[in-house]
Design a protein around this ligand. Structure first.
Ligand code: SF4
Length: 375
């Protein structure tokens, strides 16, 4: 039987179906947006990807070129009108580049659309009792704003049902992750990552169907016997599985990642009991492992990476940063120093373009690193 794969561009097949099923499709650019609140309101959340942008000429006329290229690509696609099927955008202040989307969309992209929902969730960057209350209050306000937009109440039961549904999707994703991180993996890193992107792109019920089929088919596959090395990939946003081709070309397995389109979406579940807004705040804010957090997050990430290197018997860590991503730039420099100096873990730290223009240069550096750590 032919192996199943989930294609990350499935949305092109499901757009019409999604429009029929959901009255509203909302875009978002950061993992801190509580998808369950949108789903409970009958809105389909879609994480915006910039990978289809051919250039950033339109975006460059409204923001400086020294801004995150992922964000500029998303903006370019929006300015071309290719996100016109959206009726809302939700932004958080994870970083300044992402936060500015709110202003630019309101002034330039949707200024003539009075019916467009622009949501902003203000997220503290340190966890404290005050901040936890702030976050819960912020979700309450966001819920009210959504209720006004859709014209009906969002009940606690509806939010809990959405949490359950998304938890089911996370659980399947995690099982797929386990298959790719086995010593003899039954799923490639690229397949896992495609599935993990699809989770953010297609109706959740469709994702559950596809992912369950993939899981069932992958469980009975012949494992991949030998890899030259096993790696972890971390750093800035990667919204296409194409980057994983480089590692597969060199027969190296990215057995684990720490990416916001990857493992960070599925490495834990949301509490299904008690106050659902508190549970969302715990998941999306208190446990957040994004370098935007200015508390002990760096230390938690460092320990997590080290433990995963040991648990999954990895040979090294690849840290990557896209141009002008200052958050990951600083975090990667600190991680490289600590992982190499304190834990003697080989690290490759690369700066790369968001689109694949510098792929040849990257391949040379990655190949040299793989030769160094080869088993
Ligand atoms: S990649 Fe970096 S700069 Fe771009 S949105 Fe993410 S955190 Fe911000």
């Amino acid at each position: 039987m032919e192996s199943l794969v989930i294609k990350e561009d499935l949305m092109t097949n499901y757009l019409e179906e999604a429009k029929q099923k959901y009255k509203h499709l909302f875009g978002y650019v950061c993992t801190s947006v509580p998808l369950e609140l949108l789903d409970a309101a009958g809105i389909m959340p879609i994480r915006l990807r910039g990978i289809e942008a051919l250039d950033t000429s339109l975006a460059d006329s409204v923001v400086s070129k020294y801004n995150c290229p992922y964000i500029r690509c998303v903006l370019n696609i929006a300015l071309e009108g290719k996100f016109d099927y959206l009726s809302g955008l939700v932004v958080t202040n994870n970083c300044d580049h992402a936060r500015r989307q709110y202003d630019i969309w309101s002034y330039k992209v949707v200024k003539d659309r009075k019916d467009f929902f622009l949501g902003y969730i203000s997220t503290p960057h340190k966890v404290s009792d005050h901040a936890k209350k702030w976050m819960r209050d912020e979700y309450e306000l966001f819920k009210k704003k959504l209720e006004e937009f859709v014209g009906h109440k969002i009940t606690e039961e509806q939010i809990k049902a959405s949490i359950k549904k998304f938890n089911a999707a996370r659980s399947i994703l995690w099982k797929l992750q386990e298959l790719r991180s086995e010593e003899k993996p039954r799923l490639t890193a690229k397949e896992f990552y495609s599935a993990s992107i699809a989770y953010t792109q297609i109706p959740i019920e469709k994702f559950l169907e596809h992912a369950s089929d993939l899981l069932e088919s992958a469980q009975t596959r012949k494992p991949i016997e030998k890899y030259r090395s096993r790696l972890m990939l971390a750093g800035s946003v990667i919204d296409s599985s194409q980057f994983f081709d480089i590692f597969e070309e060199y027969n190296s397995n990215v057995a684990m990642d720490e990416l916001c389109f990857g493992v960070r979406t599925c490495d834990r579940l949301i509490d299904e009991t008690g106050d659902p807004l508190k549970a969302l705040s715990k998941f999306y804010f208190e446990e957040c492992k994004c370098p935007k957090m200015m508390d002990d997050t760096f230390q938690r990430r460092l320990v997590d990476i080290k433990q995963n290197v040991e648990k999954y018997k990895l040979d090294g860590v690849v840290l990557q940063r896209i141009e002008f991503c200052d958050l990951h730039g600083i975090a990667n420099a600190m991680l490289k120093h600590k992982l190499e100096e304190d834990y003697k873990i080989p690290v490759l730290s690369i700066d790369k373009e968001y689109l694949s223009g510098d792929i040849a240069r990257l391949k040379t550096r990655i190949e040299a690193f793989l030769e160094r750590i080869e088993r």
